[in-house]
Design a protein around this ligand. Structure first.
Ligand SMILES: NC(=O)c1ccc[n+]([C@@H]2O[C@H](COP(=O)([O-])OP(=O)(O)OC[C@H]3O[C@@H](n4cnc5c(N)ncnc54)[C@H](OP(=O)(O)O)[C@@H]3O)[C@@H](O)[C@H]2O)c1
Length: 228
């Protein structure tokens, strides 16, 4: 039976590096992300062992149909939730649209994970949730991002409790700043000179995969990745 690694947000940043790293390790990858032009480029990069569906991860129909397609000819054995949008402002400056935008990553993680858990009948699955140092510390210009990430952390902890001692393994990853397109819409907060000093997402992806692909149990139930 065909086995898929399902990665959300695989068209950019850490998600893209995870797609590359999984593909280089001979795995078959499915990406779920929004921008169809970026997905066309991915098909050029990965002519085989790759599939992608374009849509909004907050759209339940898109998520359930995408997951159903994968389980028609195989199953998902590794799910990596990486998709996120961040809006960085002082707390009083946020708009209602910012609130909605900032919750997309949390909603997407919950919808995709639920669909995959159901389709896999809750067995033989690894779930890796990409959190952040912002899921551990309150940061002045990151109130909505912290809210989403602390929410994702709570969701991850609940999954761990629900599937303890089963064949569903759940891990949270807490990277510090990475040099990705994530910051391109927030240059007043993180200018290029600063993000250039951040972690290389390719190295973070490799570290995550090195841990996750081990045959034994995940070595650590939490991975905190910081710059040396
Ligand atoms: N960059 C950092 O400094 C940093 C630090 C710690 C943790 N993180 C975490 O690492 C993860 C990856 O971040 P990144 O830096 O790689 O970000 P990124 O380069 O901005 O990539 C985000 C990805 O998420 C997708 N996405 C966002 N909202 C979506 C939605 N509603 N529906 C479908 N796709 C959606 C985007 O798709 P499209 O491009 O197609 O729209 C894109 O592929 C996130 O969970 C982030 O919170 C980032």
């Amino acid at each position: 039976m065909k086995e898929y690694v399902l990665i959300t947000g695989g068209s950019s940043g850490l998600g893209l590096e995870l797609v590359k790293e999984c593909h280089a390790r001979g795995l078959t990858v499915c990406n779920l992300s929004k921008n169809p032009d970026k997905i066309s480029k991915l098909y050029e990069m990965f002519p085989e062992r790759f599939v992608a569906f374009a849509g909004d991860l907050t759209d339940h129909e898109y998520v359930s149909q995408s997951v159903a397609k994968l389980f028609e000819d195989g199953r998902v054995t590794l799910l990596i939730n990486s998709a996120e949008r961040g809006v960085f402002k002082s707390p009083a400056d946020y708009t209602p649209e910012d609130v909605e935008t900032s919750l997309q990553g949390l909603s997407g993680m919950e919808l995709v994970t639920t669909a995959v858990l159901k389709a896999s009948e809750e067995h033989d699955l690894k779930i890796v949730n990409i959190l952040s140092s912002a899921a551990r510390t309150g940061k002045p210009k990151e109130a909505l991002y912290c809210a989403a990430k602390w929410g994702e952390r709570g969701y991850t902890e609940a999954l761990k409790a629900a599937y303890a001692d089963t064949s569903v393994k759940v891990v949270a990853v807490y990277p510090s700043g990475m040099n990705t397109a994530f910051w391109e819409t927030s240059r007043d907060y993180i200018p290029t000179e600063k993000s250039d000093t951040f972690l290389d997402p390719a190295q973070v992806a490799k570290l995550i995969l090195d841990n996750v692909m081990q045959e034994s149990e995940l070595i650590d139930d939490e991975q905190i990745i910081k710059r040396n």
